[in-house]
Ligand binder design. Structure first.
Ligand SMILES: C[S@@+](CC[C@H](N)C(=O)[O-])C[C@H]1O[C@@H](n2cnc3c(N)ncnc32)[C@H](O)[C@@H]1O
Length: 650
């Protein structure tokens, strides 16, 4: 009897591995009817999870735990299921079960279960912050613990840190026992807030308000030489935090008339010293830079550029970012290969925008959520495995030894660099029309020691000048900025090998026309320009409005940095599409097979469950008629944009 059970189990596992989950379920049930076995029980639940029957899977997993027939991974599976149920707090509890002893954290980072659970713990923290807007002691301890991991970037925890910073600053600001200076001191002493502000774009309006109003206060102290001695170090630290934040958000915070008066006084004082070629006060320099980039004070910029290397040691980090990086990018830009003259009128306009405001201005790429199968938590070592194992790809579309990838409109390089970090074996070509964007990407690639990306300047319309063909082409956020997106796609298609893969990202009309249309009308009506003072003014206009739809925009990360804000609301040229239009432009059903949409990682499980519920018969989730209906009911579904995979038919 037991042997027969084992036989069923073995065949079931083979079926499970090859994706025949229903068959595997049948066999596992047979096996379990003969003998109880934790492996069979857990695999049965995993198979239900894979076919989207999450409730059944959850029931079996919980029973397994109650009967002591479980593995540590069972908790991870239960967490993934609860992400689908939009219950990140429950996911968090399950994920933390193996790591809490007597109400304290008990984590061994080298265990397999920690390595597997870690990305999802971060995801849960972010989702709890967004959904419940409350953190307990364990959440905060864990936030500190995860941030101390060298693989974790503040970026990975942005929603959690943004919420934490706003909540903590609100507490500090409401504390009537603290003086104005004590409040500034308390904020600078919070390690999570300082790490967040210095390394990431802040997205919290309470935090922004605290920093900008206290900056005004401090500018008065500095202008009049009235800083209290005991607080000097905290005020310096506070200003430095603002300068770093300014570099991250490209100086998007607005400046009041009072600020301007104080800046003038300090600027004049510095210029007097610069003219005497003497030593400038650190706090004066910090104050200026806490408002505008140093380049905008031309004479002071020149002065600092020519100072001996270690003249201002406390400014080292800032000057590297503000002066040295800029110089390096200018040098890089002179040596970028070009395949185009960029003659198309729209391409010229769009190029000009991205030369002024390269997009995105990124600081780091996530290292921890790359190449994860979001349904099961499994990791992959090959960039294509996630696609090949999860999407209905036909045959073997990818050269296995050294696959060739083209990233069209690579912007500032975040996209090709993330791909390269996920898979060193790829041969990547990345191009864009904007030299400033490419230079940023090349500098970042050098910093990250990445050398499998070949960068060049070209217009998609000129791709015919390149001979190579590619296994995969990615073009995200680009075609909708072209005069004729269909023509752009046709040029890309000529560079794709037979049966090759494409990843495309284009704007969704439902979202863009719904949420953004009114705001764009304001730009026209008020005649807002695209320079920084106008961007700041328009942004204040939105911040001060009571319109709920505008408020929703101020929650997006693009609202909080200049180049992203311009990209979101003041673009030189853009169009957007509906799903039926996608079918036509991308020749879906004729020359291409639609393989599926991609969603932001933290929303993936929830969206897929909801779609499965509405369309249980569409197991591959690639029926665009269904997605069109689904989007109608969820108009913000493609708020980021439509991102999807295609496979060439021949
Ligand atoms: C929104 S950014 C997206 C960057 C990148 N794909 C990403 O997702 O991070 C759009 C980029 O497309 C580039 N672009 C626009 N039209 C182009 C064209 N005709 N040929 C090549 N690049 C183009 C722009 O210069 C800009 O860097």
């Amino acid at each position: 009897m037991a042997n027969k059970a084992k036989e069923y189990l073995e065949v079931a596992l083979i079926n499970k591995e090859s994706g025949n989950h229903n068959k595997a379920i049948d066999l596992l049930k047979k096996s379990l009817s003969l003998a109880d076995d934790p492996i069979a029980i857990n695999n049965l639940a995993i198979c239900y999870q894979s076919i989207g029957n999450y409730s059944k899977a959850e029931e079996i997993f919980i029973k397994a735990i109650n009967n002591n027939q479980f593995f540590l991974e069972t908790y991870l599976n239960l967490a993934l299921i609860n992400f689908s149920f939009d219950q990140p707090n429950k996911s968090f509890e399950y994920l933390m079960q193996p790591f809490i002893k007597n109400d304290e954290l008990n984590i061994n980072k080298n265990t397999d279960i920690w390595i597997k659970s870690f990305p999802y713990i971060i995801m849960a923290l972010n989702l709890i912050a967004l959904k419940f807007k409350t953190f307990n002691e364990i959440h905060i301890k864990l936030l500190k613990f995860t941030l101390s991991d060298p693989d974790v970037r503040t970026k990975d925890l942005r929603p959690a840190l943004s919420f934490y910073s706003d909540a903590k600053i609100k507490d500090i600001d409401n504390n009537i026992k603290l003086t104005k200076e004590d409040k500034i001191k308390a904020v600078t002493e919070d390690s999570l807030i300082s790490s967040y502000i210095e390394n990431e774009v802040n997205t919290g309006l309470i935090t922004e308000n605290f920093f900008t109003t206290r900056r005004t206060l401090i500018s008065g102290y500095v202008a009049n030489n009235k800083i209290k001695k005991d607080y000097e170090v905290y005020i310096e630290k506070f200003l430095k935090m603002i300068v770093m934040q300014n570099i991250n958000n490209q100086y998007i915070w607005s400046i009041s008339e009072r600020d301007k008066k104080n800046i003038k006084i300090v600027e004049k004082r510095i210029l007097d010293i610069v003219n005497k070629d003497d030593e400038v006060s650190y706090i004066d320099l910090l104050l200026l830079m806490s408002y505008e980039e140093i380049l905008s004070y031309k004479k002071i910029y020149k002065f600092l550029k020519n100072q001996p290397k270690n003249k201002y040691p406390k400014l080292k980090e800032i000057l590297k970012k503000e002066i040295l990086n800029r110089e390096e990018e200018e040098n890089i830009s002179k040596n970028i290969k070009s395949f185009s003259n960029i003659e198309d009128n729209i391409s010229k306009k769009v190029k000009s925008q991205y030369e002024e405001n390269p997009y995105p201005r990124w600081m780091s790429v996530s290292n921890i959520q790359n190449n994860k199968d979001l349904k099961t938590g499994e990791s992959y070592t090959n960039y294509f495995d996630v696609i090949l194992n999860n999407l209905p790809v036909k045959g073997k579309p990818v050269e296995t030894k050294k696959p060739r990838m083209l990233v069209a409109g690579c912007g500032t390089g975040k996209q090709p660099i993330s791909i390269s970090l996920a898979d060193k074996n790829l041969d990547i070509d990345a191009f864009d029309i904007s030299l400033a964007s490419l230079s940023y990407g090349i500098r970042m690639a050098r910093e990250l020691r990445i050398n499998n990306i070949n960068w060049f300047q070209a217009d998609i319309l000129d791709l015919k000048k390149i001979e190579k063909k590619y296994d995969m082409i990615e073009c995200v956020g680009v075609l909708h900025h072209m005069n004729d997106p269909e023509k752009g796609f046709n040029e890309l298609e000529k560079k794709l090998k037979p049966f090759g893969l494409m990843k495309i990202g284009v704007y969704a009309k439902h979202f863009r026309d719904g949420r953004l249309k009114e705001l764009k009308k304001i730009v026209k009506k008020e005649n807002y320009k695209t320079d920084l003072p106008s961007i700041r003014k328009f942004r204040e206009h939105i911040k001060n409005s009571n319109n709920e739809s505008y408020k929703a925009i101020s929650n997006t990360s693009d609202f909080h940095s200049s180049s992203n804000f311009r990209d979101l609301l003041m673009h030189a040229h853009e169009s957007s599409f509906t799903i039926p239009e996608l079918e036509k432009i991308f020749k879906i059903g004729t020359d291409y097979n639609f393989l599926g949409f991609e969603f932001p990682k933290d929303q993936y499980n929830k969206i897929i469950r909801s779609y499965n519920k509405s369309f249980p018969e569409d197991i591959k989730r690639n029926n665009l008629k269904n997605w069109d209906i689904f989007e109608e009911k969820n108009p913000d579904l493609f708020a980021v944009m439509y991102q999807f995979y295609l496979q060439k038919n021949q």
